[in-house]
Write a protein that binds this ligand. Sequence first.
Ligand SMILES: Nc1ncnc2c1ncn2[C@@H]1O[C@H](COP(=O)(O)OP(=O)(O)OP(=O)(O)O)[C@@H](O)[C@H]1O
Length: 272
Amino acid sequence: MTSTASAPDGATARPAVQLTSVTRRYGAGVTALDAVSLALPAGSFTAVMGPSGSGKSTLLQCAAGLDRPTSGSVRIDGTELTGLSERRLTLLRRAHIGFVFQSFNLLPSLTAAQNVALPLRLSGRRPSSARVREALARVGLADRAEHRPGELSGGQQQRVAVARALITRPRVLFGDEPTGALDSTAGREVLRLLREAVDTDGRTVVMVTHDPLAASYADRVLFLVDGRVHGELAGAGAERIAAHMAGLTAGARPDAKDSRGGLDARREALPC
Ligand SMILES: Nc1ncnc2c1ncn2[C@@H]1O[C@H](COP(=O)(O)OP(=O)(O)OP(=O)(O)O)[C@@H](O)[C@H]1O
């Protein structure tokens, strides 16, 4: 199944993320992704849901260039990832991709400011302290710049991770269960920041989640079952998303296409 959507403003644009017939096999027996095709417009927020083992993390890892598909094509903003050398792939990831993990992945010996500056330093750039301060202020942590991760709450650490992921102004921000280790208040704050990155800065966000409430922050939810895209919801609230998930895990196949009110016009399918 090819899953596509129009750009939020209705204009036809090059997708920020495009997978064409991506298959990822592990050994002979496991097909984690099975010929997945999708196109995510720039400036969109997509959530990926599905039962455990359905291939969500594999999809994210392949789309972000952290894993290589067995076959198929992955493009970020038009650049083909498959076939790039490790070095070119690393450079592309540093320049164009941000990643937020469930477990924050901050370096414990560095301050919040140093953690946020790290991606730019790894790219050989020397970030100005003003830019780092601004990134921390954006996530509400201007006064915590000199604190180390161990001195911050989980929610604060994840907000540092969001600032770190956004400081390079990436084309695409991938989140693998970014709220999975947080309480609901801290999780909402992180989701608000992701939403703001899309709405204010035009970033593209792709987030794996098990939580229907988290998924409801997205413009669109893609559902995976057995390594295949198995429908989507656009502009749906948490209840509707939860009902859809319940149908999937119960083996039912609810109507895949759904949308709500004013969002309809922005969800027209495009050729992939
Ligand atoms: N390195 C690996 N070696 C072998 N099989 C793997 C490997 N990584 C993932 N798999 C298998 O691929 C399938 C998809 O895994 P994946 O982690 O992408 O699923 P998921 O939907 O993210 O699951 P969960 O919600 O439980 O995190 C599973 O059957 C898993 O066991």
